[in-house]
Design a protein around this ligand. Sequence first.
Ligand SMILES: Nc1ncnc2c1ncn2[C@@H]1O[C@H](COP(=O)(O)OP(=O)(O)OP(=O)(O)O)[C@@H](O)[C@H]1O
Ligand SMILES: [Mg+2]
Length: 241
Amino acid sequence: MLEVDDVTKNFGGLVAVDDVDFEIGDGEIVGLIGPNGAGKTTLFNTITGILDPEPGASIEFDGRDLVELETHEIARHGVIRTFQIVRVFDEMTVLDNAAAGALFGSEESLSRAEAREHGREALEFIGLADKADLEAGSLPIAQKKQLELARALAADPKLVLLDEIASGLTPGEIEVLTETIRRIRDERGVSVFWIEHIMDAIMSVADRIIVLNSGRKIAENTPDAIRQDADVVEAYLGEEA
Ligand SMILES: Nc1ncnc2c1ncn2[C@@H]1O[C@H](COP(=O)(O)OP(=O)(O)OP(=O)(O)O)[C@@H](O)[C@H]1O
Ligand SMILES: [Mg+2]
């Protein structure tokens, strides 16, 4: 479904993403891990059109080349992300935040009423429906993160990219969120590409894990194999994982 080939991103002399290749299949949950500064968010930014990769890269989604497309066009094709630092519209209601996702999603020319309906359905799926009329800025962080996920789902995505959506949450909140991510795949058929530093969370749901270190892909395997990969342990996990 997503096929990434030869993606490099330089910032001046720094190679933030270094010739990375991988694929994500229909209905897969794939984890992306690696140390701070490894290039994980930069890779997401190249896939979602926020940054242009260096020439020679190919990023195909359902057979379409995303490299030349703008972020909003990529969203129309069903590739939707959340942000490492939450970006909800604080002054809008929770429902309108979710509806905004629908307006920029894969279904074009929705009316506001239809967008709200998609928004409400996504809030119900995530478990935020009882907060629909609150100002989004008043939510605690865990619920803002849930709202970002609801906004993404309201767009009716085929693939969601989640950037550290579990960070800053309590263990109980992480468990709920992890279960929600599993349901997103199982019940809605959405593929998930998930950056996370919380290993228990990502290892428990991912079918496959990709590891970046200094911009390079150093491993790609099942969670169990990744835990035992000597290069990954040395670069990132340490002995206790
Ligand atoms: N817009 C930018 N301009 C210059 N350098 C950047 C820019 N964005 C990221 N970098 C640098 O690129 C490298 C990769 O950063 P990136 O944010 O992709 O890492 P990350 O793997 O997401 O890290 P973290 O786990 O801390 O979020 C870092 O050295 C970072 O300082
Ligand atoms: Mg990051």
